[in-house]
Design a protein around this ligand. Structure first.
Ligand SMILES: Nc1ncnc2c1ncn2[C@@H]1O[C@H](COP(=O)(O)OP(=O)(O)OP(=O)(O)O)[C@@H](O)[C@H]1O
Length: 266
C-alpha cells in the first residue's frame, strides 16, 4: 500500500522546517547555500524553485531527498521524517522520491530497458517478470516503447530525458524532483518534456518539484513558484498573485497563463 493514501488530506506531502545547509569546513565558515527554509508542498502540486545563479536552488532541491544532509531542520516526505531515518530506512524511503537531472545521468553501457530496470533490480523485491512489466509500462508512459533495446548514445536529448523520467518513475514514487530538466534541450523538445511532466502529474498524481533558471518553463508548468535569494525563499508566487516582492517574481507573474496548450493545466 502506498503511504500517500494514509496521509490526512490537510497534511502537506512535503514539509521542510528550518532547513539550512552550508558548505565549507572548520576554519573556513564557507557558503550558507540554504538558510532557514520552511515550506509546505501539497500532494499533486507542481512546485517550482526560481532564483539567480548561486541562489541555492539545486542545494534546496537536493535537501528534499537528503542527497544533501541539512545542518539544521527537518525534512518530511509523505508522512516520514527523512532527517530522522537511519541509512537503511532512508534508502527505502527514497524509492518514494524520483529525481531527474539536466545531464540525464543515464548508464551509457546499458540499454534503455536496463536503465529503467536498474533501480528496481537494486532493491531486489520484484520478480524478473514484474520488473519487465514495470519497465514496459514506464516506457509506454513516456512514449518510448519502441526504444527498449536502444542504447542511450542512439537517442536524442529529449528521448534521453524521457528515459530518465521513466527510470525515476519505475518505483512508483509520490514525488519527482527535477533539477533543470530542460536546460540542455531546444525549445520544441522542452515543450514536449513539459507536456510529459504535466501529464504525469495529472494522470499519476505525482507531486513535482522543479528547479529551473528558465522562468517561462516554471510559469508554464507550476502551480506555485518559490523565488530564492541568497539561500532564502524570498517569496512564493502563483498565478493571480497581485504584486510580487522580488524582481524575479515580477518577471515571472506575467508569464503565468502563457503556457502552450499541451502543457497548460485544466
Ligand atoms: N558541493 C558544494 N561545495 C561547496 N559549495 C557549494 C557546493 N554546492 C553548492 N555550493 C555553493 O552553494 C551556493 C548555492 O549553490 P546552488 O548550486 O545550490 O545554487 P543554484 O541556485 O542552483 O545555482 P545555479 O543556477 O548556478 O545552478 C553557491 O554559492 C555554490 O557555490
Amino acid at each position: 500500500m502506498n503511504a500517500r493514501h494514509r496521509l490526512p488530506a490537510a497534511e502537506p506531502l512535503i514539509r521542510l522546517r528550518g532547513v539550512a545547509k552550508s558548505f565549507g569546513s572548520g576554519k573556513h565558515p564557507g557558503v550558507a547555500a540554504v538558510r532557514d527554509v520552511s515550506l509546505d508542498i501539497g500532494a499533486g502540486e507542481i512546485f517550482g524553485i526560481a532564483g539567480r545563479s548561486g541562489a541555492g536552488k539545486s542545494t534546496l532541491l537536493r535537501l528534499f531527498n537528503l542527497l544533501e544532509r541539512p545542518d539544521a531542520g527537518t525534512v518530511t516526505v509523505d508522512g516520514r521524517e527523512l532527517t530522522a531515518l537511519d541509512k537503511r530506512a532512508l534508502r527505502a524511503a527514497r524509492q518514494n522520491i524520483g529525481m531527474i537531472f539536466q545531464g540525464f545521468n543515464l548508464l551509457q553501457n546499458a540499454t534503455v530497458a536496463d536503465n529503467v530496470a536498474f533501480p528496481l533490480k537494486i532493491h531486489g523485491d520484484r520478480s524478473r517478470d514484474a520488473i519487465a512489466q514495470r519497465v514496459a509500462d514506464c516506457l509506454a508512459l513516456v512514449h518510448l516503447e519502441d526504444k527498449a533495446q536502444a542504447w542511450p548514445a542512439q537517442l536524442s536529448g529529449g528521448q534521453r530525458q524521457r528515459v530518465a523520467i521513466a527510470r525515476a518513475l519505475a518505483s512508483g514514487p509520490a514525488v519527482l524532483l527535477c533539477d533543470e530538466p530542460t536546460s540542455a534541450l531546444d525549445a520544441e523538445t522542452t515543450r514536449s518534456i513539459l507536456a510529459t511532466l504535466a501529464g504525469i502529474n495529472a494522470r499519476l498524481d505525482v507531486t513535482i518539484v522543479i528547479v529551473s533558471h528558465e522562468l517561462d518553463v516554471l510559469a508554464a508548468l507550476c502551480h506555485r513558484v518559490a523565488v530564492m535569494e541568497a539561500g532564502e525563499v524570498a517569496e512564493v508566487v502563483r498565478p493571480g498573485t497581485p504584486h510580487a516582492v522580488t524582481a524575479l517574481g515580477r518577471e515571472l507573474l506575467p508569464l503565468f497563463g502563457k503556457a502552450p496548450p499541451e502543457v497548460r493545466h485544466a
